[in-house]
Design a binder for this molecule. Sequence first.
Ligand code: TYD
Length: 140
Amino acid sequence: MSLDEVKIVTLPKFLDIRGNLSVIEECKDIPFDIKRAYWIYDVPGGEKRGGHAYKDNREFIVALSGSFDVVIDDGSSRKNYSLNRSYYGLYVPCGLWREMENFSTNSFAIILASAGYDEDDYVYDYSEFILRTEHEVFLK
Ligand code: TYD
């Protein structure tokens, strides 16, 4: 999978004097049916999350509060996406290595996923990821 498939999506936002509202609809704002949501919070300063790829699962990541960086690697290049607004989301297809780092104090990440949790869907070893990428054995 190429880094070109990774997309920053600007979500709808409704601003009025009572405050702001943003929304995510499956298959409209993000290109998959949402099967699962999980969130990451209370990350100690300097910690990293992620450090894996998925064979099948696709994700959409939003910084609901604070900021953090998502580093995406397609096996030949790396790109850093800084998420710092609750109306921006990052679409990450399967078959890409991803790390999350540089979490600000009180940052709160929500991740919407296209598949249920399945330990066998993870590639935790970077050299295995590179081998799979070279042999194009990731699913689309
Ligand atoms: P882990 O994959 O290490 O998190 P990250 O990708 O952010 O580094 O997950 C931490 C723990 O949570 C691990 O024991 C697996 C569990 N977990 C679930 O049970 N269900 C889930 O949907 C997720 C994402 C993790």
